[in-house]
Structure formats: C-alpha cells, structure tokens
Design a protein around this ligand. Structure first.
Ligand code: ACM
Length: 511
C-alpha cells in the first residue's frame, strides 16, 4: 500500500475485496453525490459502471455513509475506511470526508484505476484494511498564475483533478498582474479588453518560453464553471486580485487609477516580469474602483477568503509623487508605509462588512495590520510569526520551501526556472508551524501553500513537471501527522504513486 498523503492510521488485514461489474455502491442522503463521483471516476479504467443503490447489502457492496457522530474525532474532512473480503465501509461526518476516503480507495486499487482508458485483464482488488484518517491542516493549497501565462480552462480542470487525488483543498488563482488581467469584470470591460492582451512577447522570447501566446482571460461564465468544478472536488478557489502593486495591466487599461497616467498609457508593451511603477494611486476613486472589482469577484467566488495581494509595492513612487504626499497629509498618516496599510484597511473593512475575510502577502504587516486580515507568509516565516502572535490567522508559503517555480535539480539539467533550488526532499522537510510559536499561537497557522508562479511556465506539461512530485510531498506535509513523516519510506511509496500519476497522464519530473 502506497498511500500519499499517508493516513493517520492504517492496519493491513488478511485478504482482498474485488470490484467487479456486479459490485454495488450504496448511499443515502448526503452520501449519494459522493457515491456517484466514485462510480464516475472508476468507470473509464474499469470499463463498467457500478450500480448505485440506497440500501447496503452484506456482500459485494461499497457503502458510503454520513455519520455525524464522527465529527468530534475526525472533523468534517476525516473518514473511516474498512475493507473486508465482502464489503467496503466508508464513513465520515461530512461529504468532504467521504470524498477523501474515496481518494484513498482509488489509491488502494491498482494504479491503472486512476487512468482514463479502459484496461483489460486486470483484477480490481483492494487490500483489506482499517484506516482512520483526518488532515493535520485546514488549508492545503497550491497557487497557479495565469496572469503571466494564461492557462486554458481545460488545463485548470486537469490541475484540479490531480490536486483532488492528493487531498488538496485550496487553489489560489493569481488572476491579475503587470502582464495581464485574466478575469472578466463587467463594470470595467477594458480590464480584459486591453489588460488581457498585453504584449510581452519580447520578454517571453528573451526568457525562452516558446509555448502558446500568453494572452487570454476567463469569462464570468467560465469562472462560475471552474468554481463549481473545484467544489465538486472539495476544493475552494481563492481568487487573488493584486493591489496596490502588480497592477500594471489594470493601469494600462484605466490610467486614471495609476500614478502617472500619461506615461503608462503610452507604454502598453510590458518589458519586465518584476513589479514596477505600475502601482495604484490610492485616491478615494481608486479605492472605489477596486472595491467595485471585488464586488463582482465576491459574486463569483463563494469562499470566505479573498486575496488582495499586497506584496512588493514600490512605495518609493508614492514618496516621489506630490499628489500622494498631499493624500498622506490629508489622511493624517505618517508615511508611505501607513498609506499602504490604510489602503489595505479600506479593502479589509469592505470585505469584512460583506462577510468575507481578506488575505494578503506578508507586506500587509507594514504600517499596521488590518483587523480581519489573514497573512500569507512568503518572505520566510517572520510575517507568519508576527501575525500569529498578534492573533491573526496565517498561511505559510515561504520561498525557502514552497516556491515550485524554483529549480528542483541542477540548473544546467532543468528547464529554465526563475532561480533558487527547492528539491523534493526540501519540500518534504518543511514544517509549517514555526518553532517560535507557542501552542496557542500555533493554532492560527491554518496550513500551507505551494506557489507555481508562471513567468517561465507556458504549457501544461511544464506546469505539471514543476508541480509533481513536489506537490505529493507538500500534500503529505499538510495532511499527515508530523510524527509519521519520514523521507525514505515516503520515497518508496512515491515510486508506486508515480505509476498512478503516469496513468493519469501527469508529466511529473522523474525521480
Ligand atoms: C510573491 O512572491 N511576491 C508573493
């Protein structure tokens, strides 16, 4: 058995359960939709469709059952899976737990069960086991970046499919940056009319990416589809709308929200990957503009968390601007750092009043943290530690261990990457709870997230190559008990797991 992420407890018992065309799947109430998904996911490889029934029978049956008494011990995402020679029993307090139990069941089957093509001459056996399982962390995330290279809807779907097999439950999508605005906003059509078609081909040519053209955007209908598609896999899409920096595409589309309208308006060709003077001018009109954007974003994304970026704002440009200096005096602020903080607070209050919660990169700590904010700690652990000590929730996403756009082997042997070196073993060694936190503070660590920034990643093959198997390691860091983490046994399980990825046609990096 090569389960990834490793479950909390797993006892192997004698014998096997065999799935055949006559096996039924029994479910009632809230379990019915999870039973349907199990039938759906097994059908392509097995070539038959299991019958779905209401009442379990005592042989040749897989029963999925919601049992709310399990909540106290296992939470909503945990499950108990018992496989005997005659029946499979899967129980959870919530449909999410049943879904994760199904992912485990898929991994107990031969690797071919994960494939999309019918496989002949195989016995679909599951070893008899008793598994009790629940995640260590509530936030188990990955980030993708269609702002730098647009990612077609079908590629996002495949990305979500593979995430689900690893029990990830958050996909942050970096929709906006200097190089592109990728989400339709009805009130401001130029954001995509102009901002989704930014020309940075010169930049791409220089940096080797010879993939498809970078431009494109998601319509609101496509977004609704992706949100639903993710939710069926118990994944919440966390939208990221960058502000007040990484906003070049928005400013080119609507120069009046920027500092230097004349200059940027004449500069529609993007020449840099790095954040630059395309920083918003946080006048009241700009605050309103971005809040209007967030109103449409909230309509599209039902999840609690809305990410507003907040990183790498070059506030030097506010220092040099007479208009921004006047604004600082008018708002009775001390300096540019406080103006940054004031701007984030406007967004925080706006989101909070609508029942949502702001998430931002750790720069939102400068000049004072907004009351309801969740901090995503990327420049190391410090931001997360400071925020958790101040009673704020945090998600750990440090460049040291979780930047999947970094090299995973010697640079001369790898496709060009942004820099750094984060091999598989380093990801596996990551501990999301900083040792500086006491137990009370540690409770604010919601979990962790790996970032796949898109500057150098133009195709799905490359995207998967950079993500796997490092994401398999990250999945275990975020799901499995800390006490059971051990690299060599993980590598042994991973060898089998890679066969699953191979049948799933994931272009992982070979070990
Ligand atoms: C970041 O990598 N600028 C969050």
């Amino acid at each position: 058995m090569s389960l990834i992420p490793a479950p909390v407890s797993c006892e192997r018992q004698e014998g096997f359960f065999a799935i055949t065309a006559s096996t039924c799947v029994a479910a009632q109430g809230g379990a019915i939709s999870e039973a349907s998904k199990l039938i759906e996911v097994l059908e392509p490889a097995m070539g038959f469709r299991l019958g779905q029934v209401e009442r379990p029978v005592d042989t040749d049956c897989i029963e999925l059952k919601i049992d709310s008494s399990l909540r106290a011990g296992l939470g909503g995402e945990g499950y108990e899976l018992t496989v005997s020679g005659r029946v499979v029993n899967l129980r959870a307090a919530d449909s999410a737990g049943l879904f994760y139990g199904v992912q485990t069941l898929r991994q107990l089957l031969p690797a071919a069960a994960c494939g999309k093509k019918k496989v002949e001459g195989i016995q679909w056996t599951v070893p008899c086991v008793r598994i009790t399982d629940h995640p260590r962390f509530a936030w188990r995330g990955l980030l993708i970046d269609p702002a730098r290279h647009f990612i077609p809807v079908s590629d996002v779907e495949r990305y979500l499919d593979v995430m689900a097999l690893h029990k990830f439950n958050r996909l942050q999508i970096h929709f906006t940056d200097d190089q592109g605005w990728r989400i339709e906003i009805k009130k401001y059509p130029r954001l995509t009319g102009i901002g989704a078609g930014m020309d940075f081909s010169a930049l791409q040519a220089k940096d080797q990416t010879n993939g498809p053209k970078a431009g494109g955007f998601y319509t609101q209908d496509q977004i609704r589809h992706l949100v639903r598609y993710a939710a069926e896999r118990h994944i919440t899409i966390v939208p990221e709308i960058e502000m007040p920096a990484h906003t070049g595409a928005a400013i080119v589309s609507y120069p009046e929200i920027g500092l230097y309208p004349e200059k940027l308006n004449a500069l529609p060709v993007e020449k840099r990957w790095r954040a630059h003077e395309g920083v918003l001018a946080p006048r009241p009109e700009t605050v309103l503009f971005m809040q209007n954007v967030l109103t449409e974003v909230m309509d599209l994304f039902p999840g609690t968390h809305i990410h507003i970026g907040g990183d790498e704002a070059n506030i030097d440009h506010w220092r040099k601007s007479a208009g921004m200096q006047a604004l600082i005096r008018e708002l009775k602020l001390k300096d540019e750092a406080e103006l940054h903080s004031w701007f984030i607070r406007q967004m925080d209050a706006f989101l909070t009043s609508r029942g949502r919660q702001l998430v931002g990169w750790d720069e939102i700590l400068q000049g004072g943290l907004a009351a309801g904010a969740v901090v995503m700690s990327w420049r190391g652990e410090e931001g997360g530690i400071t925020a958790a000590r101040a009673g704020h929730d945090v998600v750990m996403a440090p460049t040291s261990h979780t930047y999947f756009d970094y090299y995973q082997g010697p640079a001369e042997k790898e496709p060009k990457a942004i820099g750094g070196l984060i091999p598989l073993e380093k990801v596996y060694a990551y501990e999301p709870i900083p040792s500086a936190l006491n137990a009370d503070q540690a409770r604010h660590v919601l979990g962790g997230q790996a970032q796949l920034w898109g500057e150098f990643i133009a195709t799905q093959e490359h995207r998967m190559y950079m993500t796997y198997p490092r994401a398999a390691a990250m999945a275990e860091v975020l799901w499995s008990p800390k006490t059971s983490r051990s690299y060599d046994p993980f590598l042994k399980r991973l060898t089998d797991h890679l066969l699953r990825l191979k049948t799933t046609e994931v272009n992982y990096r070979p070990l």
